[in-house]
Design a protein around this ligand. Structure first.
Ligand code: CA
Length: 244
């Protein structure tokens, strides 16, 4: 355990989805100046692909995008991916009707173009704060050398941050929330992928094996996820999750 030490809560990365390169890089500069790490996508499809590899803490989302629109991306994020990542809409055309519709789809706030850098920084900070537990009560779920921070959706193992997809993160989050519980593949599929018939689907196994590999790379000596033969998966150590 010598290399294990508690880490401060990482802020997580901010995903910018904007097709206009100038605006995209301007936003990245504004956020980097505030100390945030950024990810940049130039279309809705690129943003979805990116989220196959990483789980951002917040998304800045333009509405007018080539191909998959901002509205469609937000809808897929909330309904198909079942993600609660805060989303700030960037748009020049936000009427009252649009705002109401977007709120219903699950947007968290709006930034109207053209914007001032100070406004972007303030709204991002406010959205991240709203998503976080009250000051002094930031909690992490833990299992030996692994820490999961629900507010920033980050996972560290031995102090090293893992790069997880949305689905890998959600799988791990479920297991950590109920350390003693054995989850069947069917129930994990239903909970993480939100419905759809499981059937002969190999999806859960594939994502679980990728998740295990990433954890093992960071901590080869401990087992975190146990296969219960004929049933499914559970956290390997049935120790209760702790609140830090
Ligand atoms: Ca645009």
């Amino acid at each position: 355990m010598d290399s294990f030490r508690p880490v401060s809560n990482p802020a997580g990365k901010i995903l910018i989805v904007e097709d206009e390169a100038d605006i995209n890089s301007l936003l990245a500069r504004i956020l980097k100046a505030e100390g945030y790490e950024t990810l940049q996508a130039y279309s809705g499809t690129e943003a979805l692909l990116l989220m196959e590899r990483e789980t951002p803490a917040l998304i800045l989302l333009d509405l007018m995008l080539p191909g998959l629109s901002g509205e469609a991306l937000l809808d897929r994020l909330r309904t198909e991916l079942h993600s609660r990542i805060p989303v700030l809409i960037l748009s020049a055309r936000v009427s009252l009707e649009d705002k109401v519709a977007l709120l219903r789809t699950g947007a968290d706030d709006y930034i109207t173009k053209p914007f001032e850098p100070e406004e972007v920084a303030a709204r991002v900070q406010a959205a991240l704060r709203r998503g976080a537990p009250p000051a002094g009560e930031q909690s992490a779920l833990s299992c030996r050398n692994l820490l999961l921070f629900p507010d920033s959706r980050t996972v560290t193992v031995r102090g090293r941050e893992l790069t997880l997809t949305v689905h890998e993160y959600e799988l791990l989050y479920l297991l950590l929330q109920n350390p003693g519980k054995v989850y069947s593949r069917e129930s994990l599929y239903e909970l993480v992928w939100q419905g759809g018939y499981y059937g002969e689907n190999n999806t859960v196994n594939v994502h679980m094996s990728n998740l295990r590999r990433k954890i093992r790379e960071a901590d080869p000596e401990e087992e975190y996820i146990q296969t219960v033969y004929g049933i499914g998966f559970r956290l390997a150590a049935p120790a209760p999750a702790q609140t830090l």
